[in-house]
Design a protein around this ligand. Structure first.
Ligand SMILES: *Cc1c(COP(=O)(O)O)cnc(C)c1O
Length: 324
């Protein structure tokens, strides 16, 4: 497939309907009062497996032919994408393999095993795990499911934008967080193709702005990894990026960068206002709005609480510090 179209997004919606949830879009009254614009939050933190990635993984896996699917699927992500691939394969009764390095915390591997996937532990770095992944693809004839730079994955993530506009057709502004750019490319595709006048703002984090730096450079750039409370936004866009960089470049009107205190502010806001656990990757935009980083938002604003994967001990510590 070339770059996905709006038609591919509608196809994806039909395909993934039995596997991914249609999540609620709720208004956040305190933010609305603070900003003077109504703010709506798409709760992908309540999505199956706790993040939106199940949409892209489901659309990718369901688009394989029966023959392709037979041997099973494989990925090397340990985060929300790994969980999503394991979950979708399990629902479809397919074998799934997730390659990880020895440095991945045991509890993460356990989560993925609980979802029914085989976890292959290999090597001391993510690169070595990735080499094992390539070896297993050819040795066992497994189908790779990549986390963001794939037209089917992008079309799957785009169903979020479709649902947001179904619930609130008059959104004036949307903020979408960027890491590998699957959510951004997909969100941009749905939101801007349906309403070209919508103002679309990319949200990058100060500690891992690989996509933003790639946009500035006009080609994929690699950055050194730094610890962040928004750990699901870590990582680059791939030096052989084919889709997400171009699509984000096309669809986004502007970009902001968010720091760690702002991300944490968004997390504590979602807990205290809505009693919802949202991981840092899902609260960067909310934090930026609370800090009034953006003006002229129009009447209605949409943001995506993209996931709920937190290290519980660390989360509770941060929340008790902030909410004291
Ligand atoms: C993967 C992920 C993102 C970023 O999505 P990309 O497609 O990599 O840009 C944001 N939030 C959460 C919770 C994620 O798991």
């Amino acid at each position: 497939m070339n770059q996905p179209s709006l038609q591919d997004v509608f196809r994806a919606r039909g395909r993934i309907a039995g596997i991914a949830e249609r999540t609620p879009l709720i208004e956040s009254p305190r933010l609305s009062r603070t900003l003077g614009s109504r703010v709506f939050v798409k709760l992908e933190s309540l999505q199956r497996t706790g993040a939106f990635k199940v949409r892209g993984a489901a659309n990718r896996i369901l688009s394989f032919t029966a023959e392709q699917r037979q041997a099973g699927v494989i990925t090397f992500s340990t985060g929300n994408h790994g969980k999503a691939v394991a979950y979708v394969a399990g629902r479809l009764g397919l074998p799934a393999v997730v390659c990880i390095s020895e440095h991945v915390p045991a509890y993460r591997a356990e989560r993925i095993r609980e979802l029914g996937a085989e976890v292959v532990v290999k090597g001391h770095s993510q690169d070595e795990a990735e080499r094992e992944y390539h070896r297993l693809i050819s040795e066992r004839n497994l189908q790779p499911v990549v986390p963001f730079d794939d037209p089917y994955v992008i079309a799957g993530q785009a169903t979020i934008g479709l649902e947001m506009l179904e619930d609130e057709p008059e959104l004036d502004t949307a903020l979408v967080q960027l890491s590998g750019g699957g959510l951004g490319a997909g969100g941009g595709l749905a939101l801007k193709e349906i309403n070209p006048r919508l103002r679309l703002i990319g949200v990058s984090i100060e500690r891992s702005p690989a996509l933003l730096e790639s946009l500035k450079a006009g080609r994929p750039v690699e950055l050194e990894e730094r610890d962040t409370v928004a750990d699901s936004l870590l990582g680059g866009i791939g030096m052989d990026n084919r889709y997400t960089l171009q699509m984000v470049d096309r669809y986004f009107d502007e970009h902001i960068v968010v720091d760690e205190p702002e991300i944490e502010l968004g997390m504590s806001y979602m807990l205290s206002e809505h009693s919802l656990v949202v991981e840092g990757a899902g609260t960067a935009a909310i934090g930026a709005l609370l800090q009034r980083k953006i003006t002229n938002l129009g009447n209605k604003v949409g943001v995506i609480a993209s996931g709920s994967a937190v290290d519980l001990a660390q989360y509770l510590e941060t929340m008790s510090r902030l909410l004291r």
